[in-house]
Write a protein that binds this ligand. Structure first.
Ligand SMILES: *Cc1c(COP(=O)(O)O)cnc(C)c1O
Length: 504
């Protein structure tokens, strides 16, 4: 069979489309769907944070491909029954897992509008492009990044970091990596960052063909900030060994503990050594808006490239991240390409501002800028400032609760919005505490009380609260602490019963 077998006379008898036959019926259902979702968001506090997907749910989601139409009401009903109740929970007031923002109702509606418009922001002269250019400028203005910088919205921090590091790699003086690849030079290209750097940086370095051995993880000091002396030594060492250092990655808020590297000092070293200075500010960059933290995060604006996330501390619905590049020409030089089907025209839809395709890896791009634009207008930047400050103050409050309780141990300094702690009654070994605290966390989840996640700090298991939650209140942290103590009490009792039995 081939295209010759398709006869348009036989096929085009009754043409159809994917739009509804009955628009009024869809409008009724659509209004109902919006109501259900807004009520769901409004009532989150009454629901468990998390429910394990049941066997019935999983089997309902492993069916074969539907061949024929289902009623829309029935499809939505299945969503209500099998999908919505078993969500990850990031919209709940007691979700503090990984670093995940809670989204907003208006942001959700914005996503619906964007989806309806179905604009592709790769190229063209249309409103959505101007919205994206607008919000990129707002982000620079908000965090105090130089206004001449270029930028592009991406899916999140990982792709933002990848994009920044691609520009860094393609901008190494004396190389022609876009044409020659990495084969031109026998010298290894080296990136530095602290041992606390997010794993997506290593992934980027691997994907960029540099090899993870080219990422030198510099040890941190006690406060989890990069050790500057060891960084300098590593650079000197690499130069001596004939390697080519080209980039320093600074952390503005590490994922483990929220530590902010000394950015000014890193910028100075980068300048002196003529290296690219990239900053991963996925969530922490936004602490630059809080007056009390301006000094701590000083130097952020000296980055050659800065990766930020909007779906974390800015609470935009997934997905939204942004990369800012100080030198627009270098940004463009890293990605620009103009095949015959993408040539810019003087007039018509194929004209307009320069294509975003010249500034990133994606050609087709969704209208994620709309939720950013609508949300910033809905609240104004001052409100976001207050929410960020509120989250930090709540972290300090949790720190205070932990320090006040002799059975809880703070595991790292609270330098931003991340609190690492564990239950420790002083009677158990580190190994036993690791098991016990991981049991505590799993029980917290299973009971639907709260979502904390975890990390290992010096091989010790820590419960980790990352607070970018605009719905949390003080009492939620009281409940967390009380629940941890209660669960731990029961578990410790079970351990001592087991020990007694073993001795008997
Ligand atoms: C979350 C995070 C990332 C990765 O961002 P995604 O949006 O999850 O891709 C990178 N760096 C830090 C510090 C993060 O917290």
């Amino acid at each position: 069979m081939s295209i010759e077998n398709i006869n348009f006379k036989n096929t085009l008898i009754e043409e159809e489309s994917l739009d509804p036959d009955d628009w009024e019926e869809l409008k009724t259902l659509g209004h109902h769907m919006v109501d259900v979702m807004l009520d769901h968001l409004r009532n989150q506090r009454n629901y468990p944070v998390w429910r394990k997907p049941t066997e019935q749910v999983k089997s309902s989601l492993s069916q074969s491909l539907p061949l024929t139409a289902s009623k829309r009401e029935e499809v939505f009903h299945e969503f209500e029954e099998n999908i919505l109740p078993y969500a990850k929970g990031s919209i709940h007031p007691r979700f503090w897992g990984w670093v995940e923002g809670g989204g907003t109702p208006f942001g959700m509606l914005a996503d619906m509008l964007a989806s309806g418009m179905n604009s592709n922001l790769g190229i063209g002269d249309h409103s959505a492009i101007y919205v994206e250019l607008q919000v990129i400028n707002w982000i620079k203005e908000f965090i105090g990044f130089p206004m001449e910088a270029s930028g592009i919205l991406v899916s999140g921090g990982s792709v933002a970091n990848f994009t920044g590091l691609t520009v860094a790699r393609n901008s190494i003086p004396g190389t022609h990596i876009r044409t020659k690849g990495l084969y031109e030079s026998a010298s290894r290209l080296i990136v530095y960052g602290s041992s606390e750097t997010h794993s997506c940086i290593q992934k980027s370095i691997e994907a960029l063909g540099l090899g993870s051995d080219s990422f030198i993880k510099i040890p941190v000091e006690e406060n989890y900030k990069i050790d500057l002396n060891l960084l300098q030594q590593a650079i000197d060492n690499d130069r001596k060994n004939g390697n080519t250092p080209f980039c320093i990655v600074g952390n503005a808020g590490t994922v483990n503990t929220g530590a902010i590297d000394p950015l000014n000092e890193l910028a100075e070293i980068a300048k002196k050594e003529q290296l690219w200075f990239h900053v991963d500010g996925a969530f922490g960059a936004f602490s630059a808006v809080v007056d009390e933290l301006k000094e701590e995060i000083n130097g952020l604006n000296k980055a050659d490239s800065l990766a930020v996330d909007l779906h974390k501390w800015m609470c935009m619905p997934y997905e939204a991240g942004c990369i800012l590049i100080k030198n627009k020409t270098l940004h463009r030089n890293a990605f620009n390409i103009e095949p015959p089907y993408l040539v810019a025209h003087e007039r018509g839809l194929a004209a307009g501002p320069e294509s975003f395709n010249n500034y990133g890896i994606q050609l087709s791009r969704g209208f994620r800028a709309l939720k950013v634009w609508m949300s910033l207008k809905e609240h104004g930047s001052e409100k976001y400032k207050r929410i960020i400050l509120q989250n930090i103050a709540q972290a300090k409050y949790l720190e205070h609760l932990i320090n006040k309780c002799d059975k809880l141990e703070l595991m790292a300094p609270v330098s931003l919005n991340i609190v690492c702690f564990r239950f420790n009654n002083g009677a158990l070994t580190d190994n036993e505490l690791n098991t016990l605290n991981s049991e505590i966390m799993m029980t917290l989840h299973e009971k639907g009380i709260a979502i904390t996640t975890y990390t290992f700090l010096q091989n010790r298991y820590a419960l980790r609260v990352a607070n970018v939650n605009h719905r949390s209140r003080k009492e939620d942290f009281d409940l967390l602490v009380n629940s941890v103590l209660e669960i731990a009490g029961n578990l410790v009792e079970a351990i001592s019963v087991k020990r007694t039995v073993a001795v008997d």
